[in-house]
Design a protein around this ligand. Structure first.
Ligand code: UT7
Length: 335
């Protein structure tokens, strides 16, 4: 029997209109465009301002974008998985809400793999397709990071932005699609990057609010060290395992947390900057949305047969890489 793989057949996205740039941030906290650009590489990030709207608002728009461009109908979708660390509510799952907003009636659930969440969700979705259990699956990465950022803390507020992007996965028997994945986690890193309260350990209380435990806490230096080694190691490992020489790689699609982490990863892989999708300057770190948002922005340049490596590192710690042989000429959606 022919091997069935999952292949990405379309990408959609939604980015909120409001732009919070380094200049505006420097009126809010003691920071500067120069510091943010040299240490992180971010110029601006987008913020969702709509009252009462959460990650599902953006996720639903990314899904509608896919429907519009492909002509696929909501009733054809068998499964929707949403990667997010900023769900609309602790429950039900944001994926359930996205389905309701877009007319999808199918199994749906969330995955929390922090900044590696999109990769974890994509790999999970692929397994449903490879097993023959599902045919058309949507994977959404959506995060409203502005809902958990403390805009008086200069060490974190300059880093994050809001966005959503999604991919449609379908079965293929051709030599394309998701060909390999190496995904990992190490929960002993949990105290270096986390939101302390709002879960079952520390439910919301006056004390948790007074202590600012509902915001992102990050020990940036420690996370940076782990991010550089883990993301580079796993990217090199997946290249070697699949016999991809640096010049045979069309694109590295890295999680966008820090330009220095991206550059270090590319260097270790022996590839040049023009083989790397980088848009951190315009969006900052949008957590689960960074990787599909890159695919969205570069879709027109992606060609059938391109070797693409997706790589991420994030809270948990979680990290990993996925090797994709791209399945279509992106130009077909950009005539
Ligand atoms: O996506 C999930 C995974 N997350 C990551 O991968 C993030 C990993 N970490 C990082 O990217 C970096 O550690 C940061 C961008 C968060 C920080 O950069 P850094 O080069 O590690 O800076 P630092 O934390 O060592 O701080 C250096 C200095 C400090 O001042 P002193 O102690 O040297 O006087 C900070 O207080 O920079 C100061 N600083 C700032 N200055 C101006 C920290 N944040 C700012 C700021 N503006 N926004």
């Amino acid at each position: 029997m022919e091997k069935v793989r999952a292949t990405i057949t379309a990408v959609g996205a939604y980015v909120p209109e409001y732009i919070l740039d380094n200049h505006e941030l420097s009126t809010m906290v003691d920071t500067s465009d120069e510091w943010i650009m040299t240490r992180v590489g971010i110029k601006e990030r987008h913020i969702l301002k709509e009252e009462g709207e959460g990650s599902s608002y953006m996720g639903a728009r990314a899904v509608e974008d896919i429907f519009k461009k492909t002509g696929v109908k909501p009733e054809e979708i068998d499964l929707l998985i949403c990667a997010t660390v900023t769900p609309d509510h602790p429950f039900p799952a944001t994926a359930n809400i996205i389905c309701d907003k877009t007319g999808i009636q199918a199994q749906s659930f969330d995955i929390n793999g922090a900044c590696s969440g999109f990769l974890f969700a994509l790999d999970t979705a692929a397994k449903f397709i490879e097993s023959g259990h599902k045919k058309k699956v949507i994977v959404v990465g959506a995060d409203k990071m502005s809902s958990i950022v403390d805009y008086t803390d200069r060490t974190t507020c300059v880093l994050f932005g809001d966005a959503s992007a999604a991919v449609l996965l379908e079965p293929t028997t051709e030599d394309e699609g998701l060909k390999d994945s190496i995904l990992q986690s190490d929960g002993s890193g949990r105290n270096y990057l986390y939101m302390k309260a709002g879960g079952s350990a520390y439910p919301a209380s006056h004390e948790t609010i007074d202590n600012k435990w509902h915001y992102i806490y990050q020990d940036g230096k420690t996370v940076f060290k782990h991010a550089v080694s883990r993301m580079a190691d796993v990217s090199v490992e997946i290249m070697k395992k699949n016999n991809i020489a640096p010049e045979e790689l069309a694109w590295l699609v890295p999680h966008q947390a820090n330009l220095r982490i991206i550059d270090a990863t590319a260097q270790r892989m022996g590839i040049s900057r023009d083989q790397v999708m980088i848009n951190i300057e315009r969006y900052g770190n949008t957590t689960a949305a960074t990787i599909p948002l890159c695919l969205y922005e570069w879709e027109e340049q992606l060609k059938k047969g391109d070797n693409v490596i997706l790589a991420a590192f994030g809270a948990g710690f979680t990290w990993g890489a996925i090797y994709v042989k791209w399945g279509y000429d992106g130009k077909k959606y950009h005539k």
